[in-house]
Ligand binder design. Structure first.
Ligand SMILES: C=C(O[C@@H]1C=C(C(=O)O)C=C[C@H]1O)C(=O)O
Length: 85
């Protein structure tokens, strides 16, 4: 029989959390790069960097999935991807 201490369970779970966080950070960087393509293309064709109607769709997507904190998360994500407005 294997005995597992609470300390070992916590240390193992934290390692998994760190690995998940690394993946989330990578996905955010990937999202920012894709977002930059859209923004640069729009600016190059005479448009604006920011498109508020689209941002509302992103905010709604996150709030439907995650509730009110999802809105805050989406706002931070938008700031990371297009800068402050
Ligand atoms: C990427 C776009 O440009 C900007 C960045 C967005 C984003 O990162 O999701 C959303 C709307 C725009 O303000 C877009 O219009 O889709």
């Amino acid at each position: 029989m294997t005995t597992t201490t609470p300390e070992a369970v916590i240390a193992d779970a934290r390692e998994r959390i760190d690995a998940i966080d690394d993946r989330i950070i990578g996905l955010i960087q990937e999202r920012a790069a894709v977002s930059a393509v859209v923004q640069q293309t729009r600016i190059a064709s005479g448009g604006r960097r920011v498109h508020l109607a689209r941002e509302m769709e992103v905010l709604n997507h996150f709030s439907e999935a995650l509730g009110k904190p999802g809105t805050s998360l989406a706002m931070t994500l938008l700031e990371l991807c297009r800068g402050r407005i």
